[in-house]
Structures are given as structure tokens and as C-alpha cells.
Design a binder for this molecule. Structure first.
Ligand code: IMP
Ligand code: MG
Length: 189
């Protein structure tokens, strides 16, 4: 496979992501089978846009009764501010009241986005709110939040592909790769 020139090295191939996601999907299934015997359905909320490839891989390998919904939440961390209230650009469409909810995220860094979304959904009356993330950078946490399920933990790298973008591009690379940040300074699309 020809790699994009901004790729330094591939961390996880499509096959590796799928294999690990199948494993995690089994764990999540048995958790919810045990956890709430009265309610064997789940509202799976993807955080757009980064979640899309992983959300698809997860849901297609998750043998459970689910409703699908999405949110767009912007965090200000990409800018110069180190903190600030994340903002909801697209709210969840379905009712979350008394629902068990699983948030699906591409990557957790500071944890600010997830802390905000988790509290928001609990305040709207969700019964439970758990978190599944494809990637975690645990060393970069600014708030005390821990995903309930993580496919892969990684060190402090800027990663691209499989939903993760650089300037909104490269989300469609069929792998997760470390970005060659030395090339970014004078990169032209
Ligand atoms: P945080 O946990 O609130 O800091 O925000 C995590 C969000 O930042 C993710 O949903 C991504 O959109 C973005 N993000 C964090 N690390 C990376 C990365 O290495 N590549 C691309 N996007 C990232
Ligand atoms: Mg994201």
C-alpha cells in the first residue's frame, strides 16, 4: 500500500483495528448483558466527524440491539486556549432519558470533550453513560476521566487516519499513523 507522504509510520492497520474492535465489542456485549437485564438495548452516540470509520467498524461487529445517534462537539484545544467550555454544534436527536448510552470517540486527549458530553447527557436524564474510544493518550489528560473501553493506548503523538484529521483532511486513510510533523510547517495541500 502506498502511504500518504505525511505519514511517519503506521501504528495500526485496518486489519489490526478491526481485530481489536471485535475483541472489545465482545467485552461490551457481555458487560451490558450482565449490567442491566431489564433493558437490553443501547443508544450508541458517535462524536462526529472523527468517529465515523471506527463507529462503523464497532457497530458492524457489535451483536447487540442498538439505536444510532450522533453529536458534533467542538473543543477549543486546537487553538491557543488551553481550556474552555466545549460547544455543542449538533445535539443528539433521540431522547436520552432513562437510556443506557455508549459514547464512541476517535481519541481521548485532555478528556475535556468527553467530560463535558458525559455530564451533558447525564444532566438530560440518561441512565448511564459509558465511553468507548479507539485511541487514548493517557499522559495528556487534564481532567480525571477514564474511558470504559479503549482499543489502543498510545504515547503523545499527533496521529492521522481512520477518522483522525490534520486540517480536516486525511480522515479517510485506512490506517492510524503517526504524522510527520516536521513536514507540516511548509506543507501545501
Ligand atoms: P480532548 O480529549 O478534549 O482533548 O479532545 C480530543 C479531540 O481532539 C479528539 O476527538 C480529536 O478530534 C482531537 N485530537 C486529539 N488528538 C489528536 C490527534 O493526535 N490527531 C487528530 N486529532 C486529535
Ligand atoms: Mg473527535
Amino acid at each position: 500500500m502506498k502511504l500518504h507522504p505525511l505519514v511517519k509510520n503506521v501504528l495500526f492497520t485496518e486489519e489490526q483495528i478491526k481485530e481489536r474492535t471485535i475483541e472489545v465489542a465482545k467485552e461490551i456485549k457481555s458487560f451490558y448483558e450482565q449490567n442491566d437485564k431489564e433493558d437490553q438495548s443501547l443508544l450508541v452516540i458517535g462524536l462526529l466527524k472523527g468517529c465515523i470509520p471506527f463507529y462503523q467498524t464497532f457497530c458492524m461487529n457489535f451483536d447487540f440491539l442498538i439505536d444510532m445517534d450522533f453529536m458534533v462537539v467542538s473543543s477549543y484545544l486546537g487553538g491557543t486556549k488551553s481550556s474552555g467550555e466545549p460547544k455543542i454544534n449538533l445535539d443528539v436527536n433521540m431522547s436520552v432519558k432513562d437510556r443506557n448510552i455508549l459514547i464512541v470517540e476517535d481519541i481521548v486527549e485532555s478528556g475535556l470533550t468527553l467530560e463535558f458530553v458525559q455530564n451533558y447527557l447525564l444532566n438530560k436524564g440518561a441512565k448511564s453513560v459509558k465511553i468507548l474510544t479507539m485511541l487514548d493518550k493517557p499522559t495528556e489528560r487534564k481532567v480525571d476521566i477514564k474511558p470504559d473501553w479503549t482499543c489502543f493506548s498510545i504515547p503523545k503523538h499527533f496521529v492521522i487516519g481512520y477518522g483522525l484529521d490534520y486540517q480536516e483532511k486525511l480522515r479517510n486513510l485506512p490506517y492510524v499513523a503517526v504524522c510527520d510533523t516536521d513536514k507540516l510547517a511548509d506543507w501545501k495541500w
